[in-house]
Design a binder for this molecule. Structure first.
Ligand code: TYD
Length: 197
């Protein structure tokens, strides 16, 4: 039987990694993330490309995703679960936020058509950027240019639009980790996915 593909999306500091690990539990799951640890993903994360146009960024994230998707597909075919921290929605949310008024929503979605597969469920961890940024700050990480408040607000708005358009599961991520996990398990159950511990 084909494995289950779950994606977790959300602004920086919304708790995606914590939820991903919790959902994996003791199952045989491939926990993975984007940008990937591959050549393109590492390049994108390191900032070595400097200030490139958001369209170039979008295409590079999509290229990283295309390579990653081939690996995801092969795990799913083996019957393994895959839980991915960020996927197609990240490019639409973040790069539309970077593009501002000139953002082409339909292009950001459609140019990924051949780089992605449809997840069984996408969970959006939604929260106020002010709160999530305080969390990021408290982790002691240096704030990257992605992590500026105004920008995160635009990303959040874009995510909520995606959630409506593509039927994401939206969870209030300002709650504690236990509650977020319980909400995720319940919502997945309603979609026929048993992720209970
Ligand atoms: P992040 O998940 O924070 O990775 P890490 O915790 O390893 O640094 O992702 C790094 C940044 O990349 C994050 O701020 C979001 C951004 N990003 C995009 O702008 N577009 C994308 O398509 C993806 C996958 C990430």
């Amino acid at each position: 039987m084909r494995g289950t593909f779950i994606v977790i999306e959300g602004i920086d500091g919304s708790g995606k990694t914590t939820l991903a690990k919790r959902l994996a539990g003791s199952r045989d799951v491939w926990l993975t993330a984007e940008p990937t640890k591959g050549r393109l993903g590492s390049m994108l994360r390191s900032g070595e490309l400097g200030d490139i146009p958001p369209a170039a960024e979008a295409l590079l994230f999509a290229a990283d995703r295309s390579i990653h998707t081939a690996e995801i597909e092969s795990e799913l075919e083996k019957g393994r679960w895959v839980i991915c921290d960020r996927y197609a929605g990240s490019t639409v949310a973040y790069q539309s936020a970077s593009m501002g008024d000139s953002a082409d929503w339909d292009w950001l979605n459609s140019m990924q058509a051949h780089s992605v597969i449809r997840p069984d469920a996408v969970i959006l961890l939604d929260m106020d950027p002010e709160e999530s940024m305080a969390r990021v700050g408290s982790r002691g990480e240096e704030l990257s240019r992605f992590e500026k408040l105004d920008f995160q607000r635009r990303v959040r708005t874009a995510y909520l639009r995606l959630a409506e358009q593509f039927g994401y599961i939206v969870i209030d991520a300002s709650k504690g980790a236990d509650e977020v996990f319980a909400d995720a398990v319940n919502a997945l159950k309603q979609r026929g996915i048993d992720a209970s511990e």
